[in-house]
Design a protein around this ligand. Structure first.
Ligand code: SF4
Ligand code: SF4
Length: 356
């Protein structure tokens, strides 16, 4: 009798073989932790063992030489154990406190800033972008690099009212999460359809079903089955483009950036929050995205100046109110900030935590 096929486990690998021995020994038995300085965590176990974690920022998309440099630093100055965080920081673990300062020196020498802990601006998280995805409307990694170059002092110091989590997303609809400040792609025109290719490349019923406002219909053009878009209904979300690449929506001029504020995933102090649109139609302007960077810095420093200790960005805005937010940041409030799409109430009200 044939054996049943075993499932292929492609999830998170077993972390224990690569874990620092002090962490393996004291797994689940930690007594307390603190931050002796920005970028350094100290964890003390119930057994009395201590481990320091040194956090450094990276450019995320790294060539093999950079990875080797980081590994050499881990072998020479740390105990040979590293991990990457979800925000592309690298963390080195050392059991001997005397190794912390030389390790920080070696990282600084190689150009990797140490920080990103506590009430700082941690590395900006971003979606996969052109490396792994076929629909990006901008280079999310580039936006991150350009912005962190400008915010790097805020990574080094813990001088914000609370932690600041910034995110970027290179399309309007798919991966990416809530952020204190989010820089997201915004399409401003309906897709342009290449009718020659639709019947060969697209599963048309699936594309029709995907449109959130039912703007796509089957059509015949030059005798060929294709699709058409009711441009009055289309909200330029880009949801039709992934399953049907001939419905091209990315555009060098009409693909813009929008800034959203006040989101968070955590339920510490207050419930998780959705971020809200505060600036739209900013130029998608590589390689430094100066217009988006200016808006982000304006919001960040208004928050720093006005928020109470431990208020997250969204909590600050809720306390002072959105009208005061626009006054304090000087951003214009327009009719486009008002969400008039009633369908969101039914389709987004699905999380166990977010209810409205
Ligand atoms: S945000 Fe959109 S374009 Fe960017 S990686 Fe995710 S799915 Fe792809
Ligand atoms: S861009 Fe969005 S709203 Fe417009 S046709 Fe495509 S799926 Fe529909």
């Amino acid at each position: 009798m044939s054996q049943p096929r075993q499932p292929i486990e492609s999830g998170v690998p077993d972390p224990f073989p690569e874990m620092h021995p002090v962490m393996v020994k004291n797994y689940g038995q930690w007594a307390w932790h603190d931050r002796p300085r920005p970028g350094v965590l100290r964890h003390v176990a119930k057994s009395g063992d201590t481990i320091h974690t040194v956090k450094a920022g990276t450019q995320r998309q790294m060539d093999v030489y950079t990875v080797r440099t980081l590994c050499d630093i881990a072998d020479t100055y740390a105990d040979g154990h590293v991990r990457f965080t979800a925000r592309s920081n690298i963390e080195f673990m050392v059991a001997d406190p005397a190794k912390v300062d030389p390790l920080i020196g070696a990282l600084a020498e190689a150009g990797f800033p140490v920080g990103g802990t506590g009430n700082s601006v941690s590395m900006i998280s971003h979606t996969q972008g052109w490396l792994h995805c076929d629909i990006p409307g901008t280079d999310a990694s580039g936006v991150v690099k350009a912005l962190m170059d400008e915010l790097h002092q805020e990574f080094l110091h813990e001088r914000m009212p609370n932690k600041v989590k910034i995110t970027t997303s290179c399309c309007q609809i798919n991966c990416g999460g809530q952020g204190d400040i989010a820089i997201n792609v915004q399409h401003t025109k309906p897709p342009r359809i290449n009718h020659e290719l639709v019947s060969n490349m697209c599963e048309r019923p699936a594309v029709v079903a995907r449109c959130p406002v039912a703007a796509i219909r089957p059509a015949l053009v030059n005798g060929k089955p294709t699709l058409e878009v009711d441009e009055k209904k289309c909200v330029c979300c880009g949801a039709c483009y992934p399953p049907c690449p001939p419905m091209q929506i990315n555009d060098p001029v009409h693909t813009k950036l929008a800034i959203w504020v006040g989101g968070k995933h955590s339920s510490t102090r207050s419930r998780p929050m959705f971020h809200k649109l505060v600036a739209a139609g900013l130029p998608n302007n590589p390689p430094r995205w100066p217009e988006a960077a200016e808006v982000v810095k304006t919001i960040l420093y208004a928050y720093q100046a006005d928020a109470r200790p431990w208020e997250r960005m969204g909590e600050w805005v809720e306390r002072i109110g959105w009208p005061r937010f626009f006054e304090k940041t000087g951003l214009p409030f327009t009719k486009y900030h008002i969400d008039t799409w009633r369908g969101a109430r039914a389709s987004l009200n699905t999380s166990a935590q977010v209810r409205f």
